[in-house]
Design a protein around this ligand. Sequence first.
Ligand SMILES: C[S@@+](CC[C@H](N)C(=O)[O-])C[C@H]1O[C@@H](n2cnc3c(N)ncnc32)[C@H](O)[C@@H]1O
Length: 288
Amino acid sequence: MTDDVDHKEYIDKQRDDWNAVANAWEKYDQWLADNFAYFDQILIQRAGIQPGHKVLDLGSGTGNPALAAAKIAGPEGRVMGVDVAEKMLEVARRRAKNQGLDNIEFHTCHAGDIPFDSETFDAATSRFCLMFLPDVPGALKSIHRALKPGARFTAAVWGTADKNLSFTLAMRVLQKFTALPSPDPSAPGPFSQGQPGALAARMTEAGFVDAVEEAAPVEMTFPSLDFYISNMKEMAAPVRAIMEKMDDETRARAMDAIVDEVRKFESPDGVVRFSGEAMIVSAAKGTA
Ligand SMILES: C[S@@+](CC[C@H](N)C(=O)[O-])C[C@H]1O[C@@H](n2cnc3c(N)ncnc32)[C@H](O)[C@@H]1O
C-alpha cells in the first residue's frame, strides 16, 4: 500500500468487515477460548506482564488477550485495549463487565493513531491483528513510542498460508467461483506477517531490540462439519465479505465445494481438526 488515500479506504473497509462479524465473535466466545486462550498466556508471559503494570493491547477485538492481561495486572495495574472496530469493542466491554474487571478500558482507534503519551506502558501485546494493518512499520513505531524503556511488546500473527489450511481452504475454493485475483502476498491479510523472520526484522527496524521469534503450533477443533461451516461463514470477515457479493446459485455451489474439501479433515467421530501455526514475536524497547 502506497499512500494515505489507499490506507483510509482500506481501514474503512476493515472497520466495516470486523464490525459485521462482532456478534458472531461473541457467539463463538467459548470456541475461541477453547482453541486460542493458550496464546493469551504466551503473550502475557513473553511480554513480562506483572501485577501493577500498565498494558497496551493493540487490536483487542472482543477482548483477547486484554482481559487475561487485566487479571494479571490486578487492581494496581491497568489495561488499555485499542481497535478500529467499535462493535468488536462493545463485546469486549461487555465481557470485561461480566468478568468483574474494572481495570480495563477500550478505545476505538486505528493502529496508526494510538492516542497515548510517550513512555506510558510497561508492556504491550497484540493477538492476530498486525497482519491486517496497511502500515505495519508505522504501527510498530507508535507502540515503541508508547512503551517505557525496557518494556516488551509481544505479538501473535498467523504463520504462512500453507501452514494454516483451516483458513485458506475456504478462500481457495471461493477463488475458483469468483473473478478474484490471486492474493498479493505482500498486501495486508491473515498471512502477511507469517514468513519466518519477517516481523522480527520489522520490529528491529522500528527501534526494538532483542527480538525473539518462535513458531507456535496450534490444533483447531470443530465439534462437527456443520459447526465448522457456520463458524467460518459467520466469523471470518474476509470470507463473509466475498460470499456476500455472490449470487445465490454461485454461493450455494461454492458452499458445496467447501463442504467436500472440509470432509477430508473430518474424523470418524464427526470432529473436524486442522493443524495451524502462529508466529510469536517479542522484542524490547531499549534502555539507552
Ligand atoms: C482477528 S481479530 C483479533 C481480535 C483479538 N485480538 C483476538 O485475538 O481475538 C483482528 C482485529 O484487528 C482489528 N483491526 C484491524 N485493522 C485494524 C487497524 N487498522 N487498527 C486497529 N485495529 C485493527 C480488527 O478490528 C479485529 O478486531
